[in-house]
Write a protein that binds this ligand. Structure first.
Ligand code: UD1
Length: 416
C-alpha cells in the first residue's frame, strides 16, 4: 500500500476536472441488483471501494464490463444472496446490499460493515425500517441474516435521524416492495438525489416533496444509463489545497449547488471564489480569517469536509472553532496535524484551532479516508518534506491523487 512523499509550499495552479463521487457510485452499484437487465454507468471513478463493490456484485452472479470510467453491470444471473465477511469489512457501503438483495432475492446474508472508524456506526435504522417492511432480520455481533418470505411490503417510515445509508437502503428496498412506502425525515444529501435519479431511470416511481419521499413499488425495474455526478468532497479537497498553498485552482465541472454550505464557509474565511467560463476558480484572499463552524446533515456543512477545514484553519490568523455533530470520533486528525505544527485542542466533539503562520513537514498517518486527504493537503502547504502513511485509505476515495496534484504543480510522489 502506498505512502506519499510531499515537498510542500509550491503554490498549486491550474485547472482540474473533479472525479465522479464515491458516495454516489457505491449506492448506484448496489441499486443495479434491483433489475435483471444491463445498467451502464459513466463517470465512474477508479477507486478501491468501487473495485470492492464490483467484486461483491460479481460474486453474487452478475457480469461486469469495466472501461476506464465506464461500467456495464448485467444483473440477469444473480444467484447468490451472501456476502463474505472479508468483502463486508472492507467498506461501510457493503451494508447497502441489504435492501436490494432482499428486494431481488428475498434474502440477504451479510457481515457487519467496515469502513472508516469514526466512532460507533450502528445500523439500527436500516434494520428497523426493513423489518417494518416485512423483513425478518437477525443481527449478531458479526452477522446480519435477513429474509422476507412474503416479499417486502410498502410502509410508512419515519427516521429518528436522517441517516444517508438508511435512506438509501429503504429507497432501494421500497422500489420492489408491494404497495407504497412513505419515508419521513430522510437524508437529502446530493448523493441521495443521484440514487433517486438512477432508480427513476430504471423505471421506479418516486416522488419527493412536502418533507417526505413516496415510493410506489414496482414488480420489476429495467436497465438504463446514468452518469455519476462530480464529488463534492473531492472538490472541497482541491479548494483546500489551493488555499493552504496560496495558489489558484479552477475546478471544471464543480458541483457548485451541492457545495453551498462549504462555499459559504470558505467565503467567510476570506477565500476569493468566482465562477468563470470553465468552472469555479478559487484562491486565497488577503489572509485566512478564523471562523466557527458546526457540521450537520445536508444542507449543512458536511462532516466529510471537517478534517480539511481543520487543515485550512490551522493557517488562519486567529482562533477558530469546529464542532462535529454527526460522528462521535472524528478528531484523530488533530493529533496528526499537530505533528505538522498545527495548534489544535479537542474537547469532546469540539476542536479549537489557533492559527499558526506556517506548518512544517513531518511524518503522519492517515487514520481514515478524509483525514488522509486532509494530511496530504496539509503537507502540500507545509514547509519542507512530509511523509503521509496509510495511503490505502486514500485509494478508497481519491482517483490518482498524485497525478492530480502533480498536474497542478505539487511535488508529490508515491512510495511503497
Ligand atoms: C454516509 C457516507 C459518509 C458520510 C455520512 C454522513 C457513504 C458510503 N458514506 O455514511 O461518507 O460521512 O454519510 O454524511 O455514503 N446512524 C444511526 N443508526 C443507523 C445509521 C446511522 O444511529 O442505522 C447515525 C450514525 O451513527 C451517525 C449518523 O447517523 O451518527 C449519520 O450516519 P449516516 O448518515 O448513516 O452515515 P453513513 O451512511 O454511514
Amino acid at each position: 500500500m502506498p505512502d506519499y512523499k510531499i515537498r510542500g509550499t509550491a503554490p498549486l495552479r491550474g485547472s482540474v476536472l473533479v472525479q465522479g463521487a464515491k458516495n454516489s457510485v457505491l449506492p448506484m452499484l448496489a441499486a443495479c441488483l434491483l433489475c435483471s437487465e444491463k445498467v451502464q454507468l459513466s463517470g465512474v471513478p477508479q477507486l478501491s471501494d468501487v473495485s470492492n463493490s464490483l467484486r461483491i456484485i460479481e460474486k453474487l452472479g452478475c457480469r461486469v464490463r469495466r472501461g476506464v470510467h465506464t461500467l456495464e453491470v448485467d444483473t440477469q444471473a444473480v444467484c447468490y444472496s451472501t456476502l463474505t465477511a472479508e468483502d463486508c469489512r472492507k467498506m461501510r457501503s457493503s451494508v447497502l446490499f441489504l435492501g436490494p438483495l432482499l428486494g431481488r432475492t428475498g434474502r440477504a446474508e451479510l457481515y457487519c460493515p467496515g469502513g472508516c472508524v469514526l466512532g460507533p456506526r450502528p445500523i439500527d435504522l436500516h434494520i428497523e425500517a426493513l423489518c417494518k417492511m416485512g423483513a425478518e432480520i437477525e443481527v449478531t455481533d458479526e452477522r446480519i441474516s435477513a429474509v422476507c418470505p412474503d416479499g417486502l411490503q410498502g410502509s410508512e417510515i419515519t427516521l429518528r435521524y436522517p441517516s444517508v445509508g438508511a435512506t438509501e437502503n429503504i429507497l432501494m428496498a421500497a422500489c420492489l416492495a408491494k404497495g407504497r412506502t412513505v419515508l419521513y425525515n430522510s437524508a437529502v444529501e446530493p448523493e441521495i438525489g443521484e440514487l433517486i435519479a438512477l432508480l427513476r431511470a430504471m423505471g421506479a416511481f418516486i416522488e419527493v416533496g412536502g418533507g417526505r419521499v413516496c415510493i410506489e413499488g414496482s414488480e420489476r425495474l429495467h436497465g438504463c444509463h446514468r452518469t455519476v455526478g462530480a464529488d463534492r468532497i473531492v472538490a472541497f479537497t482541491l479548494m483546500a489545497a489551493a488555499l493552504v498553498t496560496d495558489g489558484e485552482i479552477t475546478l471544471c465541472n464543480c458541483p457548485v449547488q451541492a457545495l453551498q454550505a462549504p462555499l459559504r464557509v470558505l467565503g467567510d474565511i476570506g477565500a476569493d471564489i468566482s465562477l468563470c467560463g470553465e468552472g469555479l476558480r478559487i484562491r486565497r484572499g488577503t489572509k485566512i480569517y478564523p471562523v466557527n463552524v458546526s457540521s450537520a446533515p445536508y444542507p449543512g456543512f458536511p462532516t466529510d469536509a471537517g478534517a480539511l477545514l481543520l487543515t485550512i484553519l490551522s493557517l488562519a490568523s486567529g482562533r477558530s472553532r469546529y464542532e462535529e455533530t454527526v460522528f462521535s470520533d472524528r478528531f484523530a486528525i488533530a493529533e496528526q496535524l499537530r505533528r505538522l505544527g498545527a495548534d489544535i485542542e479537542v474537547k469532546n466533539n469540539c476542536a479549537v484551532i489557533n492559527g499558526v503562520p506556517q506548518l512544517c513537514g513531518g511524518t503522519v498517518r492517515a487514520t481514515d479516508l478524509r483525514a488522509g486527504a486532509a494530511l496530504i493537503v496539509a503537507a502540500l502547504g507545509a514547509q519542507g518534506e512530509s511523509t503521509v502513511c496509510g495511503g490505502e485509505h486514500i485509494l478508497r476515495g481519491y482517483e490518482d491523487i498524485v497525478g492530480v496534484f502533480r498536474s497542478l504543480g505539487a511535488e508529490i510522489t508515491e512510495i511503497n
